[in-house]
Design a binder for this molecule. Structure first.
Ligand code: GLN
Length: 181
C-alpha cells in the first residue's frame, strides 16, 4: 500500500487524508522533516499560504520538501499548496518554493463570491473554489489538465500536479486516483 503524506501544519489537510484512503493509500499526517523521505507521495493542502510558509520555515521542513519534489515522486498541490509551489506569487507578492513553472494571483477567483462550485470545461469534474488562486502564467513545459471558462485551473509538470480548486472536498476521486491510486 502506498504511504502518502499530507502536510498537516495548517488548513485543509484532514479531507485529503480521507480522499487518500478512498483511493487505497495509507495517509500520513506530516509535521516533521524526518517523516518526508519515507513517503511514496505528498500533498500540500489548501489553507492560508502565508501561514504555511511561516510554519514550513519554523519546523525546518523546506529542505525535506525540496528533496522530495526532486526525487520525482508524485506531489499534489491544491489551492494554498499551489501558491507555495508556484514560481511567482502576486496579489500580494509573497515568496514561494518555485517548483512549478507557473505564476499565480492569490484570492483571484474570490471576487465573484468567496466560494463557488462549478465543473471543468468539457468535463464533469467538479471544481470547488475557496478564495482560489488564478494561474496567470503557465510555463512551456507545464501541461494544462483542466480549465474553467477557458482559464487553466489544474496543471501538471513532471511529478507535480497543481490545482487551484479543492478535489478533496468533492466526492470525485479522479485527481487523487490519477496521482496516487
Ligand atoms: N486564499 C488562500 C491563500 O492565499 C488560499 C485559499 C485556499 O487554500 N483555499 O493562501
Amino acid at each position: 500500500m502506498k504511504r502518502v503524506g499530507v502536510l498537516a501544519l495548517q488548513g485543509g489537510w484532514a479531507a485529503h487524508l480521507r480522499a487518500l484512503s478512498d483511493v487505497g493509500c495509507e495517509p500520513v499526517e506530516v509535521r516533521r522533516a524526518d517523516q518526508v523521505d519515507a513517503l511514496d507521495g505528498l500533498v500540500l493542502p489548501g489553507g492560508e499560504s502565508t501561514t504555511h510558509l511561516l510554519l514550513v520555515e519554523r519546523f525546518g521542513l523546506r529542505p525535506a520538501l525540496d528533496a522530495f519534489v526532486a526525487s520525482d515522486r508524485p506531489v499534489l498541490c491544491t489551492c494554498a499548496g499551489l501558491i507555495l509551489a508556484a514560481k511567482a506569487v502576486h496579489h500580494p507578492d509573497q515568496p514561494s518554493f518555485g517548483w512549478l513553472d507557473v505564476d499565480v494571483a492569490r484570492n483571484a477567483w474570490g471576487r465573484q463570491v468567496h466560494s463557488f462550485e462549478a465543473h471543468a470545461d468539457g468535463d464533469d469534474l467538479p471544481l470547488l473554489f475557496i478564495r482560489a488562486p488564478r494561474l496567470e502564467r503557465v510555463g512551456p513545459d507545464v501541461e494544462v489538465t483542466a480549465r474553467f471558462e477557458g482559464e487553466p485551473v489544474m496543471v501538471r509538470q513532471g511529478n507535480l500536479v497543481g490545482a487551484s480548486f479543492h478535489p478533496e472536498l468533492t466526492p470525485d476521486r479522479r485527481v487523487h486516483r490519477a496521482l496516487f491510486g
